[in-house]
Design a protein around this ligand. Structure first.
Ligand code: URC
Length: 292
């Protein structure tokens, strides 16, 4: 084999900068005021001309990953956090517009939600419990002049104890699954949606899209998880012009009825074994026909 060996696609940055921002009603370490907290996991990845570093160890164009991490923390102080999308858009401008050899980036964030601990029926001023809800995600990509925001959620575990059937599938010599007109359907939704443009009220859109995904899961009478997944994506596209495309990845968390006959007991759809693996994995992208 001959031919010069060259550097292909590359990107680099600081992964998983955990940023916890306390916003105090007044300054001081034990001010007794009402606080708010924001908790993010931010990853930076810069793209551009880093050839000399890879091939000759010339770091003159390497914005150190330590500097990238510091920038994330400094921005949280200087400009506040706000929505993860807006924070990443500001950081994208800083890195791509600020260093001429940085031509693009992929910045991502996960948002962890905290709720106030209830004390005597009131949300406490400065004590919080991590809410067991899903994790909100976002990825902001700059390539040339194009900025793309893809937001979503993961680990959103849902279950419906009826309203789900599965039958009519082909049977061959390896098929043992019984047809069912009433089963438990459970999944852990991972969804991402691509926004058109970048100027949005991201918190409001996140809340609306999340609620719509959940209410669609609840209300669609399902003949297959594939159908539920499609209906969830379709509902988002029908309601939100701001969204161009929705991708969903949903494990089918199987619940098997336990045979209690050996113990002289019947089991009319009451006691299930929740299997963790293997699981069906249903994945689909839903988009408008005209979308490029
Ligand atoms: O909703 C389902 N879709 C499938 O493709 C499938 N396959 C299976 O064994 N159970 C199910 N359930």
């Amino acid at each position: 084999m001959t031919g010069r060996i060259v550097l292909g696609a590359n990107q680099y940055g600081k992964a998983e900068c955990r940023v916890v921002k306390v916003t105090r009603a007044s300054t001081g370490s034990t001010d007794g005021g009402r606080h708010a907290i924001e908790d993010l996991n931010v990853t930076t990845q810069l793209r551009g001309d880093f050839e000399a570093c890879h091939t000759a160890g010339d770091n003159s164009r390497v914005v150190a990953t330590d500097t990238q991490k510091n920038t994330v923390y400094a921005f949280a102080r200087e400009h506040g956090v706000g929505t993860p999308e807006d924070l990443l858009l500001r950081l994208t401008d800083h890195f791509v517009d600020g260093f001429e050899w940085v031509t693009g980036s992929e910045l991502s964030a996960e948002l962890f939600a905290w709720e106030r601990i209830a004390v005597d029926g009131q949300g406490h001023d400065h004590s919080f419990v991590r809410s067991g809800r899903e994790t909100r995600t976002t990825v902001v990509t700059r390539a040339g002049d194009e900025t793309t925001v893809v937001s979503g959620l993961r680990d959103c575990t849902v279950l419906k104890s009826t309203g789900s059937e599965f039958h009519g599938f082909p049977r061959d010599r390896y098929t043992t699954l019984q047809e069912t007109t009433d089963r438990i359907m459970a999944t852990s939704v991972t969804a991402t949606w691509r926004y058109t443009g970048t100027d949005h009220d991201y918190d409001a859109l996140y809340a609306g899209i999340r609620d719509l995904l959940l209410s669609t899961f609840a209300t669609v009478h399902s003949l297959a998880l594939q159908q539920t997944v499609f209906e969830m994506g379709k509902a988002v596209l029908e309601r939100y012009d701001e969204v161009a495309e929705v991708s969903l990845s949903c494990p089918n968390k199987h619940h098997f009825l336990v045979d209690l006959e050996p113990f002289g007991l019947d089991n009319p759809g009451e006691v299930f074994f929740a299997a963790d693996r293997p699981y069906g994995l249903i994945q689909a992208t839903v988009l408008r026909e005209a979308t490029p």
